[in-house]
Design a protein around this ligand. Sequence first.
Ligand code: PLP
Length: 439
Amino acid sequence: MSHVFHRSLTQSYPTAVRGDGPYLIDSQGKRYLDASGGAAVSCLGHSDAGVIEAIREQVGTLAYAHTSFFTSEPMEALADFLIERAPQGLESVYFVSGGSEAVEAALKLARQYFVEIGQPQRRHVIARRQSYHGNTLGALAAGGNAWRRQQFQPLLIDVSHVSPCYAYREQRADETPEALGMRLAAELEAEILNLGAENVMAFIAEPVVGATLGAVPAVPGYFKRVREVCDRHGVLLILDEVMCGMGRTGSLFAAEQEGISADLITVAKGLGAGYQPIGATLVSGRIVDAIRQGSGFFQHGHTYIGHATACAAALAVQKTIEERQLLARVSELGAGLRARLQERFGDHPHVGDLRGRGLFQGVELVRERASKEPFDPALKLHAKLKKAAMARGLMCYPMGGTLDGRRGDHILLAPPFILEETHLDELVDKLDAALRSAL
Ligand code: PLP
């Protein structure tokens, strides 16, 4: 019997023993095509020689130095790399060990900023329903996934949730995408005014919603309007790019495609590509300046922030992506994947929607296309699908999201940027077979 407290205590897992490009191999020698990057993590696959060598070198030179005593070369170099390429106004990087920590740091930075500038009454956070920002208490409070929050509700800070920009279900029959964006930005503004603008600290949103909806990008213009609303009321904008950032949608930051910047951007998953655990919060100059000119100290800090080996790994990952021009490849492969999905599932009776950007694609499953009625949650379709896919040597990420209390099923695809066209065929064939067996 395993002494590991596994994610599920009722399920058994194959033992992963080796990585080979876009494949993971288990102890029985079975190969799994990683079509979800785990959960949008492994953007360089599982055996990149350059990244492995960079880790080896760093660990052999300086594995770790506590950041209350030292800075380190890889941490400085990674911060420079990110800021040189980040949207306008972002000037500093706070390194952590994963996505939830990056969101916690962003929320606390927002709060400390307002305390430092003499607006301590600003404490309200607004987020969106059907969002996911992590599982630590602050990040969980921000997220709008009812199922994840349910039993922890008494421990969560009060966060208001407004509608997500989820065109498939939110757009009215008589509404253009632009009008939907305007309506949802107006809903945000109404919530700010309802709370009293002087009390609101931040609005947090994923530019492309990942875990809870399955790769849902906003309609054109939505984020520009959101930025205007936030600016009008002095509310900080936090973009959570933990899943959709670091090239996943075809640009290094997803915000670039919205034509906006943010006061804080969180990244993780693709930053270290799974070679080391690392996340980061990119912080705008005005927040850094306020803290520098105020207390001079961010009241936070974990033991492993700025871990030298994790930073060296992430720098090697990001340089590899740039040197091999993989962002262009993400767009190309993304278009190829989308075309194949469209061809195979465009008329499928249980596929309600195909959406996404770059190598971040989602398939929404419905009981009936015309009514968009989701499957009965009791069917646990997402669990069946995952099992069927794994049996066929495919890792994909089926999830039961929440649709205002009901469950809705979707499949998230976020494969490595190093795929060949033949892998796309294999992916769609295996997904098709898994769907046939589960539905
Ligand atoms: N934010 C978003 C948008 C995510 O998708 C996730 C994880 O899926 C997180 C935060 C939390 O990241 P982690 O699981 O690394 O703590």
